[in-house]
Design a protein around this ligand. Structure first.
Ligand SMILES: [Mg+2]
Length: 146
């Protein structure tokens, strides 16, 4: 079976963590983009389509929740997995109420991360498919066939 890479952006102010995770996900065939703060994340989403953003909650400047709000406002179909450290689990749950797909505790278990990435991409694809079908129905209706 041909594997279609997941287009993933990892956003974290800890550069070593970004490098490490990015390398490991590249090794299993995903297509990685690296960002080190919220603004950079938003600019890169503007430039290129992504499926999933892995987003650190604690970042200087624009924090994870603020970044999440902007992502969901401007790129509603992009799925977000929040990364939490100790003491920010409640914030992660708040993030899910704001539209994040799920969250992971740092240091993230790699298999769990991969499972969540695939789940998030699948959710996005299903939503895109529903939108395509709805648009097709709309076109049919407009042409008077229904
Ligand atoms: Mg951080």
């Amino acid at each position: 079976m041909i594997k279609i890479p997941i287009r993933v952006m990892i956003v974290d102010d800890e550069e070593d963590f970004v490098e490490m995770l990015s390398l490991r996900l590249e090794e299993v065939g995903e297509r990685m983009t690296k960002a080190y703060n919220g603004m950079q994340c938003l600019n890169l989403l503007e430039e290129k389509d992504h499926d999933v953003v892995i987003l650190d909650i604690k970042m200087p400047g624009m924090d994870g929740i603020e970044t999440l709000r902007e992502i969901k406002k401007r790129f509603p179909l992009v799925e977000v997995i929040m990364l939490t450290g100790h003491g920010t689990t409640e914030t992660a749950v708040e993030g899910m109420k704001l539209g994040a797909y799920d969250y992971l505790m740092k240091p993230a278990d790699f298999e769990e991360l991969q499972e969540k990435l695939h789940g998030a991409r699948q959710k996005k694809e299903e939503q895109e498919e529903r939108i395509r079908k709805a648009e097709a129905r709309l076109l049919l209706r407009k042409s008077g066939d229904i």
